[in-house]
Write a protein that binds this ligand. Structure first.
Ligand SMILES: [Zn+2]
Length: 240
């Protein structure tokens, strides 16, 4: 993780993580709490949050359009993690949306406490709380629908980089690479020349469906994750 002081609100500092670094942080946290299964299956993300990150968590009536919330103490400790009770609308996709939202909030929990530590000696704190409608003065992220769309590979550091980072944790927590690669085994081909691993384009859609089913995530989340491992249109070789 790199940290640098900026003159931009709301934090006055900016954090940067490498893609593989976020993955490693997520897997390490799952392992620490014994929430990383040995075989491919859905991660119990809600149980992981309650057991490992914050005992004070649950479903909440949140303002219109807000899907999730993470609140911090001034010490950086996690005060509360919540998901909007409106997400549970009984539709088949509700479980996927709820699981993604928990994983996103878990991302804020593990990556962002440092942003909320009030340190009077830090001049950047003067900017704290200004200029963003999804950070409240009580130290809360209010994560809206549009925040979950900040997922492109290169759009993380020209806007709400903290939301982009939390979104990276959806894949990091719900689709750990070590387990996903086990599921992808039958689809993967090894180049006879370079020895690199590749996902044939003809198999991509079927692979996305299987990953979605095995890990209980939406097809969109599976698609984004597989595109990280095997970028489409680049001979689909394993990138990290
Ligand atoms: Zn968020």
């Amino acid at each position: 993780m790199q940290q640098r002081v900026t003159n931009r609100p709301p934090f006055g500092i900016e954090l940067r993580f490498e893609r593989a670094e976020v993955d490693q942080i997520c897997v390490d946290e799952l392992e620490k709490s014994k929430a990383l299964p040995a075989t491919p299956q859905p991660i119990n993300i809600e149980g992981f949050i309650g057991k490992h990150l914050c005992k004070n968590y649950g479903y909440e009536d949140l303002p219109d359009g807000v899907l999730g919330v993470t609140a911090f103490e001034v010490s950086g400790a996690i005060k509360f993690v919540g998901v909007s009770s409106t997400l549970d609308d009984g539709s088949p996709s509700a479980d996927h949306r709820i699981r993604s939202t928990w994983a996103h909030e878990a991302g804020h929990c593990i990556l962002h406490p440092i942003l909320f530590i009030r340190d009077p000696s830090n001049r950047a704190q003067a900017l704290w709380g200004k200029g963003s409608d999804n950070i409240t003065s009580e130290g809360r992220f209010l994560c809206r629908d549009q925040d979950f769309r900040v997922q492109g590979a290169h759009c993380g550091y020209d806007g709400r980089w903290w939301e982009w980072q939390a979104n990276r944790c959806i894949g990091g927590f719900l689709l750990p690479k070590i387990l996903v690669m086990k599921v992808l085994g039958p689809f993967i081909q090894t180049s006879p020349i370079t020895g690199t691993l590749g996902l044939p384009e003809a198999a991509r859609s079927e692979a996305e469906s299987l990953v979605s089913e095995v890990f209980n995530v939406s097809k969109a989340v599976a698609r984004i994750r597989l595109a990280e491992f095997f970028p489409p249109g680049s001979a689909a070789q394993l990138t990290f």
